[in-house]
Design a protein around this ligand. Structure first.
Ligand code: SF4
Length: 470
């Protein structure tokens, strides 16, 4: 079947990266617009195998240019239901990457596709074979799909016209989990799709925690596991609650151990610092600890500047991804900001100090009123000094932590001066399950010192306390 296409099709092309110099055209992405959308339809509304293109085809595109792209698939089948739309949509990402010479990144209205010069040289002149290959893979790999039809749009006006409706569809999907919480269900769902590039990644999807990629919620996971028990989404029996606040469950820990090949044996679903959820690379937003203010910032893919720590999204994403538990960084899906359990074991919203303005605006309705205007954006704080100043001026709840830490430090200093034999304590350092100490300031308001100790054994033979001459 694959011979009829002007490209090879195989999962081995999944890791293919198309750099700017090798790219023929770029479609959608951060500097253009587009989306991918799957809609479940009645059987008589889908013409199986049909492809429609609205706008210019590949052969009419100029080399080195950028164009908008929307990819819409209508699916039908006896078992097809709305809950499966996100699951099928997510597979568009995999399957596009199976095509040699195509690179697909991200999801929903953040999709970003590149076609290589090599693919064009080998005879790819139209989107039709691309769409037909994807439809073939959908039917081969997702047997509940009996009919599928594809509509690709490269006409900017047409995409713009539909964008609000499409965003509303995504919002409606996300809203379905609002009234359902982790304590209401016995089963969570896992997804192993990202293990192809992040082998130790353990993706756990619960009513209160959407997937990192933002594309799969608890209902989607349930529907997928039901119709395709051998597929990448699978049930995770919740087991016993170990700690409700941080979201630690025996069932999740068991699956963490087996899926990560023993690399991790604890995952706390609503924790930022201690045994956090792993981060694959598809996350929509990266959270980053800012030791200088003892707070957490969040930055998403659409933010093109640098965060107050001087780093852009891409650098922090590189630090965070790969399926690791990285203390001090955390990848999440945007809808997790709407969860009432959002990093609740580390202070929730009262620990958030910075986020890009467009992201803050997007989730504004879910930020508690008493902290909403105290979270800085790039308009308020471009670096650490202005961030500190802003938080102080706005009386952000984090300022209380600075004061508490200072008091604790003063008390410690006093006690070490009056008790010469006492060893220094590190009460402010939350030690992780792996024995690593996350980055924390010794003094929250003093500029901070980063200390990272992994699997450390510390032996102190002697402590000398001497008076400091002013
Ligand atoms: S981020 Fe999680 S849910 Fe999304 S594709 Fe990857 S493994 Fe699956």
């Amino acid at each position: 079947m694959a011979e009829e296409f002007p490209f090879e099709i195989s999962p081995m092309f999944e890791g293919e990266r198309i750099r700017k110099n090798d790219m023929y055209v770029e479609l959608s992405g951060p500097k253009s617009i587009g989306y991918e959308l799957v809609r479940a339809k009645p059987m008589d509304e889908v013409e199986d195998g049909k492809f429609t293109l609205i706008g210019p085809d590949l052969s009419e595109m100029e080399e080195g240019s950028r164009y908008p792209l929307a990819m819409i698939y209508k699916i039908a089948g006896e078992l097809v239901e709305e809950d499966l739309e996100s699951i099928v949509e997510r597979r568009n990402h995999d399957f596009q990457n199976y095509l040699q010479g195509l690179m697909h990144l991200n999801q929903r209205y953040d999709v970003w596709v590149r076609v290589s010069k090599d693919a064009i040289d080998k005879g790819l002149t139209s989107f039709e074979p691309v769409a037909k290959a994807i439809m073939m893979l959908f039917k081969n790999e997702l047997p509940f799909i009996e009919k599928v039809e594809a509509i690709y749009v490269t006409d900017q006006a047409e995409i713009k016209k539909e964008m609000d409706n499409v965003k509303q569809i995504y919002r409606d999907r996300d809203d379905r989990t609002r009234n359902l919480h982790d304590e209401d269900v016995d089963t969570f769902y896992g997804c192993s799709l990202c293990q192809s590039f992040a082998p130790s990644n353990v993706c756990v999807i619960t009513p209160d925690r959407i997937s990192l990629c933002g594309a799969i919620n608890w209902f989607d996971g349930r529907a997928a596991a039901k119709v395709d028990p051998e597929g990448p989404q699978f049930p995770i029996p919740k087991g016993d609650v170990i700690d409700e606040e941080s979201g630690e469950y025996t069932g999740v820990n068991d699956i963490a151990k087996s899926l990560s090949n023993g690399e991790y044996d604890r995952i706390k679903l609503h924790s930022f610092f201690e045994s956090p959820h792993t981060s694959c690379g598809c996350f929509e937003v990266v959270g980053f600890y800012i030791p200088e203010v003892d707070g957490i910032g969040w930055v998403d893919r659409d933010f093109t500047g640098t965060a107050p720590n001087g780093l852009p999204f891409s650098t922090m994403a590189g630090q965070t991804g790969g399926g690791k538990q990285v203390v001090g960084f955390l990848g999440v899906g945007i809808n997790y900001f709407r969860s009432p359990k959002f990093i609740q074991s580390d202070g929730g919203w009262s620990r958030v100090v910075w986020m890009p303005k467009h992201l803050k605006d997007r989730v504004m309705d879910d930020i508690p009123d008493d902290v909403a205007d105290k979270i800085a954006t790039e308009d308020d704080a471009a670096d650490l000094d202005s961030l500190k100043e802003f938080l102080d001026k706005k009386e952000h709840p984090i300022v209380e932590r600075w004061e508490d830490e200072e008091e604790e430090l003063e008390a410690e200093e006093t006690s070490t001066q009056t008790t010469p034999a006492a060893a220094p304590t590190m009460m402010q350092m939350p030690v992780t399950a792996t024995g690593a100490m996350p980055m924390m300031p010794i003094s929250g308001n003093s500029g901070g010192v980063k200390v990272i100790l992994k699997n450390a054994k510390i032996t102190i033979d002697k402590v000398i306390v001497s008076k400091k001459n002013e």
